[in-house]
Design a protein around this ligand. Structure first.
Ligand code: ARG
Length: 489
């Protein structure tokens, strides 16, 4: 007999039962469901809707179910359709008909919404912690290789040399925005829907505020129809997750390229790679490849739920049951990828000699050579042309700018002097970028200090995402001119 069987004259068709059931996946909400039920029934007692002795029996029953859940002895049955009815059935079996009073003033529609809010709030907190650990791994690795220069690319063609630390720190800030986005999305997850009933509210004199307080929610939904049909909070999570996954995927792509024989910039740790069943020499970057590949499903889950939502009339529709699997899979995929990447980054080896050769044997000092002529008085456009011709000359002779003699340089412009060779030195090229946010060693050190401050502010819970104050926005390399200004001036 179904919990809702009263109106029916026939048993449910087996295929219908299997097709409509969600217990196969929403069992993951069992803990939250019990937590929500406990808060609900206690409130019913406080408000005098249920006598205290019933409340105690129900609360004890729920506690027992929680113990069984933790012990792994709670069985779920597809005939009870979903986690809510499975648990209610278990409660009634355990404590008798009084268990049937739990659902007073409540519907599965506000119940499932509550479970989702509780679940996602906790998972977002865990995901944010994993992001922050990954950020720490990036900062640690940036410090470890602070002296290493690598070719910087545009169009995947060598462009200008950059510090490896600078390259890694770029990801630090991408992940900082991800953490900020998730923390912001969490504000809408932190809303309490219970009390909305099926869609219109309830006739019982319940106290929604006290349930919200008991469950630690910051706000409650002001409209019962919105409360049961809103899935924006999941969409926001999925959108933030998709962007985060795209960041991880871009990083994956670079690690895959960098660890190839062709680039040879890094060596991934053996513990983070796998072999081939046929080619004995292979060491494959499966982890970043899979992260890159799994980005597809996370992006897909966002598009999937947007598509579920787009035509739905208010309020609850069974379509909404489709909000779960994508969300669970996104949580699992993200947590797996983040945890792996922290370890992968902490253990990777940088091949310094390969990188030194890579930056010596290319034309990435060309912009600085043009700037050299500009400083000697040549208009930039003209300097660009001169260096372009020099590069072509080298290409035709299969050599690099550093291989030419001063005499050869002078054939292209009389402005060249002995100091041209210093101007080409990758270290000088890098360190000349002293601008805030640039790749010069000093600027990168200042940047890493700001990254450390971001991490500190974050762990103190202060709003690192807020607009920087005037004093905060200045480069730490500059004098503290804004220091005595009033806040907001
Ligand atoms: N399993 C359902 C879901 O996940 C719970 C809500 C069911 N409500 C209903 N009126 N059938 O959406």
């Amino acid at each position: 007999m179904k919990l809702w069987g009263g109106r029916f004259t026939k048993p449910t068709n087996e295929l219908v039962e299997a097709y409509t059931a969600s217990i196969g996946f929403d069992r993951r909400l069992a803990k939250e469901d019990l937590e929500g039920s406990l808060a609900h029934v206690k409130m019913l007692g406080r408000c005098g809707v249920l006598p205290q002795e019933d409340v105690e029996k129900i609360a004890e029953g729920l506690e027992e179910l929680r113990r069984r859940l933790e012990a792994g002895t709670l069985e779920f049955d597809v005939a009870q359709e979903d986690v809510h009815m499975n648990l209610e059935k278990h409660l009634i079996d355990l404590i008798g008909p009084v268990g049937g009073k739990l659902h007073t003033g409540r519907s599965r529609n506000d119940q499932v919404a509550l479970d989702m809010h509780l679940y996602l709030r906790r998972e977002i907190d865990e995901i944010i912690e994993l992001i922050v650990d990954l950020q720490r791994a990036l900062v640690e690795t940036a410090h470890k290789y602070l002296d290493v220069i690598l070719p910087g690319y545009t169009h995947l063609q060598r462009a200008q040399p950059v510090l490896l630390a600078h390259h890694l720190a770029a990801y630090f800030w991408m992940f900082a925005r991800d953490a900020e986005r998730l923390r912001d999305a969490r504000k809408r997850v932190d809303m309490m829907p219970l009390g909305a009933g099926a869609l219109a509210g309830t006739t019982f004199p319940i106290d929604r505020e006290s349930v919200a307080r008991e469950l630690g929610f910051g706000r409650l939904y002001e409209n019962s129809m919105d409360a049961v049909s809103d899935r924006d909070f999941i969409l926001e999570f999925l959108a933030a997750a998709a962007i985060l996954m795209v960041h991880l995927s871009r990083m994956s792509e670079e690690f895959i390229l960098w660890s190839s024989t062709e680039f040879g910039f890094i060596e991934l740790d053996d513990a983070y790679c796998t072999g081939s069943s046929i080619m004995p020499q292979k060491k494959n970057p499966d982890v970043p490849e899979l992260v890159r590949g799994k980005t597809g499903r996370v992006v897909g889950h966002l598009v999937g739920l947007l598509t579920v939502m787009k035509g739905l009339p208010l309020a609850y529709n069974k379509d909404l049951q489709e909000d779960k699997e994508g969300m669970f899979d996104t949580v699992d995929t993200l947590k797996g990828a983040l945890a792996l990447f922290s370890g992968l980054i902490r253990t990777l080896e940088v091949r310094r000699e390969r990188l030194a050769r890579a930056v010596a044997e290319d034309f990435s000092g060309a912009t600085d050579l043009a700037d050299y002529l500009v400083r000697k008085g040549l208009p930039f456009r003209r300097a660009h042309e001169v260096i372009g011709k020099l590069v072509l000359h080298c290409v035709q002779r299969s050599c690099f700018l550093g291989d030419l003699s001063l005499e050869e340089y002078r054939e292209f412009s009389p402005l060249f002097d002995e100091d041209v060779f210093q101007a080409l030195d990758p270290r000088r090229v890098v360190d000349a970028r002293t601008v805030r946010g640039g790749t010069g060693t000093g600027a990168v050190k200042a940047q890493l200090e700001r990254a450390a401050r971001w991490l500190e502010d974050w762990s103190e819970g202060s709003d690192t995402g807020a607009d920087p104050e005037p004093g905060d926005a200045r480069s730490s390399a500059e004098p503290a001119a804004g220091d005595n200004q009033e806040e907001g001036s």
